[in-house]
Design a protein around this ligand. Structure first.
Ligand SMILES: Nc1ncnc2c1ncn2[C@@H]1O[C@H](COP(=O)(O)OP(=O)(O)OP(=O)(O)O)[C@@H](O)[C@H]1O
Ligand SMILES: [Mg+2]
Length: 285
């Protein structure tokens, strides 16, 4: 397919990934991923450390260049050599574990910079949009603060307001609460739940199983670079079919085994889950 200059939201899935492979050197991290995300859908990606969750997310906006396969966002093939990737990225917000705010800029500036440089909005308009989104995440009164003056949960909510200020058609979240103190996780999940309720299309890598179970339309279990299991959250989290999914969930849901999930290298994770990676992804439910 060609890479049209403009996206056509609403015409098809927001994301369509086909036969995606990604290698770093001779290490193959993604081994044939097929995934579609529909408009308004919330898809949570779960899986052990090193299974390729971040790499998959980063291939969607080409922060990683796939080795093979195609990725379409809003009908634009981002893997096409002629793609105007900046134009696509302007519609795709990304929220990282480490917030990635500019430390010497105020909250308001953090939320207006990309609007002004990428979307070419005038200052007054950009500030109005930023203030609206800061209010939306409960931070109307912190526009003049520096990130260092905020808690981690507040900083992450600024990062979400910044992403929203670009009027995204899709939000990507990569473990947005894993760097937070436990008591701050809830406020960020509340904002994400609200966005989901408002119909935002979201692809979320998370270890928050309760959140995934409540908010996701679909959960994907990524295992050693393949989608081993996917389906409605109550099925995948509540009643997984695959032994490796069950083993993973036992480890995340049992606090005494948290270390094995967050710190294990991929080989160790595979060993814990019971052997070699399963080749090829499973058909969709
Ligand atoms: N830029 C890179 N260069 C080389 N190897 C990489 C690079 N990025 C990721 N990898 C490797 O790819 C594999 C998958 O990494 P990825 O970050 O996608 O895993 P993950 O599922 O997000 O893990 P975690 O839960 O720890 O965040 C890992 O073995 C990692 O070391
Ligand atoms: Mg990751």
């Amino acid at each position: 397919m060609t890479a049209p200059a403009t996206a056509t939201p609403g015409a098809g899935p927001v994301v369509r990934i086909s036969g995606l492979h990604k290698s770093f050197g001779d290490r193959e991290v993604l081994k044939g991923i097929d995934l579609e995300v529909a408009q308004g859908e919330v898809v949570c990606i779960i899986g052990a450390s090193g299974s390729g969750k971040s790499t998959l997310l980063r291939c969607v906006n080409l922060l990683e260049q796939p080795t093979a396969g195609t990725v379409e966002v809003l009908g634009v093939e981002v893997t096409h050599p002629d793609v105007d990737i900046d134009r696509v990225r302007a519609r795709v917000g990304m929220v990282f574990q480490q917030f990635n705010l500019f430390p010497h800029r105020t909250v308001l500036d953090n939320c207006t910079l990309a609007q002004r440089t990428v979307l070419r909005r005038r200052r007054a308009e950009a500030e109005a949009v930023a203030r609206k989104n800061l209010a939306h995440v409960g931070l109307a009164d912190r526009a003049g603060s520096l990130p260092s003056q905020l808690s981690g949960g507040q900083q992450q909510r600024v990062a979400i307001a910044r992403a929203l200020s670009m009027d995204p058609a899709l939000l990507l979240f990569d473990e947005p609460t894993s760097a937070l103190d436990p008591e701050l996780v809830g406020e960020v999940l509340t904002v994400m739940r609200q966005l989901a309720d408002e119909g935002m299309t979201m692809l979320v890598v998370t270890h928050e199983m309760a959140f995934a179970r409540e908010v996701a339309d679909r959960v994907i279990f990524l295992d050693a670079g393949v989608i081993l299991e996917e389906g409605p959250p109550d099925r995948v989290i509540g009643n997984p079919r695959e032994e490796r999914t069950r083993a993973f969930l036992r480890r995340v849901l049992d606090p005494t085994h948290v270390e094995a999930v967050t710190d294990a290298d991929p080989g160790a994770a595979g060993a814990v889950a019971g052997g070699e990676a399963v080749p090829g992804s499973r058909p969709l439910d």
